[in-house]
Design a protein around this ligand. Structure first.
Ligand code: ARG
Ligand code: ZN
Length: 880
């Protein structure tokens, strides 16, 4: 929360802490209204610092007592201003004792210590620990923690903190206590406590070195039937990190706790991961295939942080991608390995590319664009972004592409050898990769320092006389805020050449032979790569497996794209060819729709889609992805001036024509991909459901009696949530007469399952027929609350980001609504409010009429009294 004018913090201003902390003893007397926190810190002067005094951060705390080396400090011995407590004169060795009060029940920010459903939880990353006690709350201060928890035994039978339980027992007045000790040094952002009425699923698990570890998944009573998949994912994660990276669990006990009020996905607190319920709870009745995949990824992600984040942490928050980009890469590889097949792996890669285009490229092209390692911020919570996470993961993936899997592993080994139990920088990771492989990766640094999505322009020239193919690759990068000019990146470009028969030609480039794919390294603004011994004019397949996070321009003809779409041995580029074919047509249809001219879709495209749909040699999951059209947001990103309604009409038209023209084949694939019997979330079954349900979606886009009956039957008879949701979405989108009743039935059946009710709101928010007035009326539903982030996101975010044609209503009603909700949310939870504020990032790309209304809405928020730093930063950057 803002106390005075927001201040910008710069990476270049980093200085080491004046004092280090060796040990922390914390005592909590937990009470929702007033919790007493007593802390005892042993500190010593940092030889690497030139500063004199002690600096502790604290926010919304009442200071009750402060003692240094046994003597009480009075005002004057210390000073508190703008959330910093300074003790200017202190000896080299210090024991500080601090007593503070805090009010968890009043804390609606879900940052620090808070109450959810009557239970206590903490969230300390990035700077929540300072809302619990005064502390040098910065990641480069690492200490050993001992924690004593005291609370009412009836209300809070379970008392958890980091590390190992060393003592527990009863106290007078119906209270009890538990003492926890974390054997590892950690930064304060990894501290956690839970005091709650919860139950757990647990088991012991044998680690690589033969030790037993106790694994627990804690949930509210009534949810123990939804913990199996999280537990299984945890065991798979532990095994995978041992096998792929030789990294073992370093604790005797590893706990996951689910909480329904949570700002983000989950948090990797040492030994005590706290999760949004959305990424823990699943059974076939309530969770979809996408939910299952999310649980596997997030459980893996938080577990992998134990090494990449916890054992080796960040020097400062500008280095956030050091742990997040790396850990996202690790969870992506984990999910891919869990599927096991090459084609399954490719589907996960396609989904990653889609996320980048849907969310990261727009961020990189908008007012909040920032490098993977930002140079400045006002509020660090605004930088937990798709750039730091997903583009950061792409940067890590490029090391592996350049160095190979074994080279990457060598780099990881050296990184841990050098930096275990240290707080380091992104540059240290790059140095480990370079040194372990004897490679110069100096230029690679630009991926960390320069924002914006590079544009890779390619052209090819075949010479039939010399049997050469010359591929010219050029790069540029658009200006971003604060960075008008960019220097060339070090870009791995994976290339294959297809012959007329669709097979990969053998490659020789620069005198070196490759298999079917060569990884070219583009380091200059422009370079020519000469392939020799090319026996026929090839079709180039460029940027295979999406080898770098760039936009590729190549003057492909339709015939070339159709050739790639039918034959490319690289599944990602095969999919990509289909996306290009679809995008070209969507843009033309959008223009036609805007001008009111006739919409037409060519047979060539429809036949290409048919070929993929019915090709049973391909995985169902691949076919589903190939049939999925670029989203309205992705089309918008390709337009100079975005016309949301025309885009929507164009995409709906295309879906309807595909539905009409492929009707018989869609029905046949629907029938061929049923998954009778018990539900299993495995990739093959999920792929079949995905293909069957996209067939249903196309059929419903061209609704007739049969498709309506099919959707109704699927809704009534489905044995799992994936099929229920797909059927309900089809009914809603086709404006079936059965939609209203189905929605009502769905609500009644699941009114006890918060995560399913979130889906109920989300489906309606994103439906093309839902306008602002309907969203407002959904907000008045008794089950709606702004206080629960999942619920707020399900309605507000799905409307603002997932229903562009309605959100951008020409009368500006969507923007006025947005402004109201950002301001209302900001009073409760600035972090979530700032996320909603981001929905207006791309406002300058709309027509002048819409821009004017968006600007009014932005200015309205900017002028609101007592706006948080979080929202202020986002809005200021949007308007600047
Ligand atoms: N480190 C967590 C994760 O990615 C994210 C926590 C971020 N929380 C926040 N309030 N910024 O796994
Ligand atoms: Zn993370």
């Amino acid at each position: 929360m803002r106390t005075d004018t927001p201040q910008t913090i710069y990476r270049k201003d980093y200085t080491p802490p004046a004092y280090l902390v060796d040990t922390v003893e914390l005592g909590f007397d937990l009470d929702p209204e007033t919790t007493i926190v007593a802390s005892r810190l042993t500190m010593r002067r940092n030889p690497d610092s030139t500063e004199a005094g002690i600096e502790l951060y604290g926010q919304n705390l009442k200071l009750v007592a402060l003692r240094m080396n046994g003597a009480t400090l009075r005002e004057g011995d210390y000073r508190i201003s703008s959330n910093v407590l300074r003790i200017s004169k202190a000896p080299d060795q210090v024991t500080l004792e601090i007593e503070t009060l805090t009010s968890p029940a009043q804390n609606t920010t879900l940052n620090g210590l808070y109450v959810s459903n009557g239970n206590f939880f903490t969230q300390c990353e990035a700077e929540g620990f300072r809302c619990i006690t005064y502390f040098p709350d910065r990641p480069d201060v690492m200490a050993k923690y001992t924690v004593m928890l005291r609370a009412d035994k009836q209300k809070y039978p379970v008392l958890l903190s980091n590390g190992n339980l060393v003592e527990a027992g009863d106290l007078p007045d119906g209270r009890h206590y538990a003492k926890w000790e974390d054997p590892f040094k950690k930064p304060s952002y990894l501290f956690a406590l839970v005091a709650a009425r919860l139950v757990c699923q647990e088991e012991t698990f044998k680690l690589m070195d033969g030790r037993d570890a106790l694994l627990q998944v804690w949930v509210e009573d009534g949810n123990l039937d939804k913990t199996d998949y999280a537990m299984q994912s945890l065991k798979n994660s532990i095994r995978w990190d041992e096998e792929r990276f030789g990294l073992e669990l370093d604790l005797d006990r590893f706990m996951i706790v689910a909480v329904s009020d949570f700002n983000m996905g989950a948090m990797e607190n040492k030994g005590l991961n706290i999760f949004n319920t959305k990424f823990v709870l699943a059974n076939s009745r309530v969770a979809t295939d996408v939910d299952y995949a999310g649980i596997e990824a997030v459980v893996g992600h938080e577990y992998f942080h134990n090494w990449t984040g916890n054992r080796v942490t960040c020097r400062d928050w500008f280095q956030l991608s050091l742990k997040e980009g790396l850990t996202v890469f690790r969870d992506q590889e984990f999910s891919a390995d869990m599927i096991g097949t090459d084609s399954g792996r490719a589907v996960t890669r396609i989904e990653q590319v889609r996320t980048l285009r849907q969310a990261q490229f727009p961020e990189d092209a908008g007012p909040m664009a920032h490098p993977v390692r930002p140079d400045s911020f006002v509020e660090i919570n605004n930088f937990y972004t798709v750039t730091v996470y997903e583009k950061g993961a792409e940067v890590v993936r490029m090391y592996q592409t350049l160095l190979g899997r074994d080279g990457f592993r060598k780099g990881m080994d050296l990184y841990f050898k050098r930096h275990d139990e240290q707080a380091v920088e992104c540059d240290d990771f790059r140095a480990a990769m370079a040194d372990a492989n004897g490679r110069d990766l100096a230029q690679f640094e630009r991926w960390y320092s320069q924002a914006g999505t590079p544009v890779l322009t390619a052209s090819g020239k075949y010479d039939a006389r010399w049997l050469t193919f010359e591929l010219t690759l050029s790069q540029s990068c658009p200006a971003t805020p604060g960075q008008p000019d960019k220097l060339p990146f070090h870009i791995p470009v994976a290339v294959g050449l297809l012959g007329a028969d669709g097979k990969d030609l053998p490659l020789t480039v620069g005198g070196k032979q490759h298999g079917g794919t060569a990884v070219l390294e583009l380091t200059e603004a422009s370079q020519v790569f000469r392939f020799t011994g090319v026996k026929e004019e090839p079709t180039p397949s460029i940027l295979r497996d999406f080898s770098a996070p760039v936009v590729l321009n190549y003057p492909y003809t339709d015939d070339e794209l159709l050739h790639l779409f039918s034959h490319d041995s690289d599944p990602v580029n095969r999919w990509e060819a289909g996306q290009r074919l679809a995008m070209e047509r969507l843009l033309k249809l959008t223009a036609a729709s805007a001008h009111g001219s006739k919409q037409e879709l060519d047979d060539t495209f429809i036949e290409a889609m048919r070929k993929i749909l019915v090709d049973e040699s391909l995985d169902a999951a691949f076919r589903e992805n190939a049939l999925l059209l670029p989203s309205e947001t992705m089309v918008a990103e390709q337009m100079e001036v975005v016309d949301p309604q025309a885009i929507h009409r164009a995409r709906q038209f295309m879906r309807r024509v595909i539905g009409e023209r492929l009707r018989a084949d869609l029905h046949a694939q629907y029938d061929a991909n049923l998954t009778p019997g018990d539900y299993s979330p495995d990739a093959i079954s999920a792929g079949k459901r995905g293909l069957k349900n996209i067939a249903l979606a196309y059929l419903s886009a061209a609704p007739d009696e049969h498709s309506d009956a099919l959707a109704r039957r699927q809704f009534d008879e489905a044995g799992n949530m994936t099929d229920r949701v797909a059927a309900l979405v089809s009914l809603i989108h086709s404006e079936s007469a059965g939609a209203a009743l189905a929605l009502e039935k769905f609500y009644d059946e699941f009114d006890n399952e918060a995560l399913v009710i979130d889906k109920w709101f989300a489906m309606q928010a994103a439906a093309p027929g839902t306008d602002v007035a309907m969203v407002r009326s959904l907000m008045r539903h008794p089950a709606f609350t702004l206080k629960n982030p999942n619920r707020a996101r399900s309605l507000l975010f799905n409307f603002a980001n997932g229903n562009p044609a309605q959100f951008h209503a020409p009368d500006g009603s969507g923007y006025a609504y947005w402004a109201e909700q950002v301001m209302a949310l900001d009073k409760l939870n600035p972090q979530v409010a700032a996320r909603l504020a981001r929905s207006m990032d791309r406002w300058r790309r709309y027509s002048p009429a819409l821009q004017a209304q968006m600007k009014t809405a932005l200015q309205k928020v900017a002028g609101a009294p007592k706006l948080s730093n979080d929202v202020t930063e986002v809005i200021t950057k949007a308007l600047s």
